[in-house]
Design a protein around this ligand. Structure first.
Ligand code: SAH
Length: 365
């Protein structure tokens, strides 16, 4: 048992079994042993790789998307560009490079990062200093929001804790982490059903309640609906709500037992995009999407950007670019192009934003 497992066991002995959201929050955010608190998890040597680390084109296209959103807002002279969970700062760096094509946009921007990890804040600082940018950091989303804002979040919502409930003949009982054989962490169910849940489902179905992710989307949506702007959320998960346990742990690019190495493996969930869109709408914003990452990136001009870069590249670089692009848009139930979805919550006064106008019917004459 690692140090965090021992600490969790002690907590459970004292207070009883804990909910999945508390388990997740401690695994990821414990001040000393939390996964994001002590390491940089990205890249080939790390535990997982994200789209901005796969290809610079990803961030560049998001940069162009942000520039279009700014234009649609009437090109305000001052606007916050806010990123939630910026990782190594790569996405922001690539966005800002692309933003230079619209000089007025780059001049209007100030950069704000919401990040809890001290290790990653340091990485972000280095990455952005290299391109002459000095961002400001915040622990919480509401602290970063002020005035017109464009918010981007890639693989942020999947790291936010959720609770799980299991359907039993008595009703929905919360799934808890307690102590099993030989004092090891194990899953169990709350003794009493939760009376606030009344959905009908087959026995054994798992219902996830992503309160923190819904609240994150709602916070951004409430703000942009009043102050102007838009928030872009990209993550893995279904476009439609369903039942199922999506909690997963990843270490060195392999799935591992979610209870085996708390704080030493990345712990995430799939994002229920239908619920995220509902949270945005209920907070007063418009919802654009949900579309797949493949459709979104192709609509933003992935192919054209790839061809332009390839013309200037060496054969090896061109091959790297091609494999990166292929990975971003690959189809298949577990491939990035299809598993990853994109949702924007926006000021209802804005037109449909680029990347989402896939199914627009031809103009009627
Ligand atoms: N967007 C980056 C990183 C994704 S990993 C990329 O695409 O490469 C998740 C990021 O969210 C990390 O930067 C992590 O430190 C941050 N994070 C996780 N939980 C958070 C929370 N509750 N508040 C703020 N940031 C958080």
């Amino acid at each position: 048992m690692n140090a965090l497992a021992q600490e969790l066991a002690e907590l459970i002995r004292q207070e009883g079994p804990i909910g999945v959201s508390r388990y997740m929050a401690l695994c990821l955010g414990h001040p000393r042993h939390g996964y994001y608190m002590k390491q940089d998890p990205f890249g080939a040597d790390g535990d997982f790789t994200t789209a901005p680390e796969i290809s610079q084109i990803f961030g560049e296209l998001i940069g162009l998307w942000a520039a279009s959103a700014w234009q649609a807002m009437g090109a305000p002279s001052s606007i916050r560009l806010i990123e939630l969970g910026p990782g190594r700062g790569t996405l922001m760096q690539d966005m800002l490079r692309a933003a230079r094509v619209l000089p007025g946009f780059r001049d209007a921007l100030s950069i704000h990062l919401v990040e809890t990890s001290p290790v990653l804040r340091e990485r972000q600082k280095e990455t952005l200093a290299a391109c002459g940018v000095e961002p400001r950091w915040y622990d919480r989303i509401d602290q970063a929001l002020e005035g017109p804002a464009i918010v981007v979040a890639n693989e942020f919502l999947d790291a936010l804790p959720l609770d799980q409930f299991v359907h039993t003949p008595e009703g929905w009982r919360e799934r808890l982490v307690g102590l099993g054989d030989q004092g090891r962490l194990g899953f169990g169910l709350a003794g009493e059903p939760d009376c606030s849940l009344s959905l009908i489902a087959p026995a054994g179905s798992v219902l996830e309640q992503p309160a923190a992710a819904s609240e994150a989307v709602a916070t951004v949506a409430r703000h942009v609906a009043i102050e102007g702007g838009a928030g872009l959320f990209i993550d893995y998960g279904p476009a439609r709500s369903g039942f199922g346990d999506t909690l997963q742990a990843l270490k060195r690019h392999e799935f591992v037992d979610v209870l085996a190495e708390p704080g030493d493996a990345d712990l995430t969930v799939h994002v229920d995009f239908a619920r995220m869109a509902q949270a945005g709408l209920a907070a007063g914003a418009a919802a654009h999407g949900v579309v797949t990452q493949r459709d979104f990136l192709l609509a933003l001009g992935l192919q054209q950007r790839f061809e332009a870069l390839s013309r200037r590249a060496t054969p090896e670089q061109a091959e790297m670019l091609a494999s990166g692009v292929e990975r971003l848009i690959e189809t298949g139930p577990t491939a990035m192009g299809e598993l990853f979805k994109v949702l924007a919550v926006a000021d209802p006064k804005l037109p449909l934003l680029p990347g989402f106008d896939l199914h627009r019917l031809p103009e009627q004459g």
